[in-house]
Design a protein around this ligand. Structure first.
Ligand code: ATP
Ligand code: MG
Length: 394
């Protein structure tokens, strides 16, 4: 087994020594069989949360009512979830009730797709009651059990089918596909935060265009906030690892939808909202002044790729990231903290001025002067400059 499983295999062995079962389940088993990189390892166990707590000295009860705990083991965290069945999702958010069970088959049966319903023990032996491996070999996405029933239980699975086809390039099996179409109106009832999590992964998938074809074939865009008003934009989006550039792209390429409309519709975090806004802003400044020292200074490194993406998508123009690096190399400072003066210096130099917003204004002005190489980052030079620049007091 790949090394990511090794430590977790110890957890499984320890649980087994206490006469319970435990298996690797879900995405890690699927990705291992496919041969994709595995990002996190989930463990399912017949032991109840209280029983897991009795086995390991350090257990964090993160979602104990749903059977999930985190086991701390040799400075690492492992999610262990008790085998369970789920009721229906009346509020379309969480199952009404979960029942802990002792049979792994019951647990696999409640999972969404056959490829996600495979269990593997610590030695790599596989339990696959729904033909998941066969579907993986055939590159097919197929629900466990009757597709329409499963989508009525939880319509998020419709979006998850799209997301997996975008990530894996798999096709959707015909019955599953037809049920996605007939159940599609149920998507409107989902808690939008659940949709957002899947949308982000959907947009990042290497086979996003394949998922977009399904979105049109099955007329699912009617049920995607924002895109229902501008469906054709979906066809122009290329895969990208965050929704911030996607929503910035929507603002720049639609008549009246703003990035703020998008982040609101999808209830995104403030951080994502600010990032999308910053990208739109950067794009407009770029159109006005090009990429200069001030521009590079203001755009955080982690936004560079998204900005380049945005320009490529919007203007069909490729910006070489080297442009950013070579400008940044020459920047006199990389952040305000590197200014060799601060507010206290200013107050000391001008004791007659009461504390006020002039201090921040002057620091901002100094920052701009230094970044654009109009002023050296030296105390005496800055003091001279500021004496000339300060407005006369009235
Ligand atoms: P990823 O690699 O993106 O984490 P994943 O398959 O692990 O993919 P998760 O959302 O982490 O996806 O879910 C873990 C597992 O839980 C899935 O593999 C699936 O077995 C099950 N699962 C998750 N969401 C649902 C759902 N809405 N309905 C049924 N089963 C689900
Ligand atoms: Mg997962």
């Amino acid at each position: 087994l790949p090394s990511i499983f090794h430590k977790a295999a110890n957890i499984i062995s320890i649980i087994e020594e206490h006469h319970y079962e435990a298996y690797f389940v879900g995405g890690c088993v699927r990705d291992y069989i496919i041969g994709r990189p595995i990002h996190d390892v989930d463990i399912a166990s017949s032991a109840f949360p209280s029983e897991i707590q009795a086995i390991f000295p350090k257990v964090i009860p993160v979602g104990i009512e749903h059977g999930t705990v985190i086991v701390r083991y040799e400075q690492e965290s492992f999610e262990v979830t008790t085998y369970r069945t789920e009721g229906t999702y009346t509020d379309h958010r969480r199952p009404d009730e979960v029942h802990f069970v002792r049979d792994i088959k019951e647990d696999l049966k409640r999972r969404d797709f056959t490829m996600n319903a495979i269990a593997m023990d610590a030695n790599g032996k596989v339990l696959d009651p729904f033909g998941g491996r066969e579907d993986i070999a055939g590159r097919r996405i197929q629900t466990v059990g009757d597709a329409a029933d499963r989508f009525k239980e939880d319509a998020l699975r419709i979006i998850r089918a799209l997301r997996f086809s975008s990530q894996l390039g798999f096709s959707i099996e015909v019955n599953t596909k037809e049920a996605m179409k007939s159940c599609r109106a149920l998507i409107d009832k989902l808690a939008v935060e659940r949709l957002t999590v899947e949308l982000e992964k959907l947009c990042a998938g290497a086979y996003f265009s394949k998922a977009v074809e399904y979105i049109f074939e099955l007329e699912l865009y009617h049920h995607l906030p924002i895109f229902k008003d501008t469906p054709l934009l979906l066809k122009e989006i290329e895969p990208v690892a965050s929704l911030a550039p996607v929503f910035a792209f929507v603002e720049l390429n639609s008549e009246s939808i703003t990035a703020a409309d998008c982040t609101k519709a999808y209830k995104c975090s403030n951080q994502l909202k600010q990032q999308a806004h910053a990208l739109v802003d950067a794009y407009h400044r770029y159109k006005e002044n090009g990429i200069d020292a001030w521009f590079v200074y203001q755009l955080p490194r982690k936004q560079w790729d998204f900005f380049i993406y945005l320009v490529k998508q919007t203007d069909k123009k490729i910006i070489d990231i080297e442009v950013f690096y070579s400008i940044r190399k020459k920047l006199p400072i990389l952040s305000k903290k590197e200014l060799c003066v601060n507010g206290y210096d200013l107050m000391k130099w001008f004791p007659e001025r009461p504390k006020g917003k002039w201090i921040k204004q002057q620091l901002d002005a100094i920052e701009y002067q230094i970044v654009t190489s109009k002023l050296a980052n030296e105390k005496s030079k800055i003091k001279d400059w500021i004496q000339w620049n300060l407005p006369v007091q009235d």
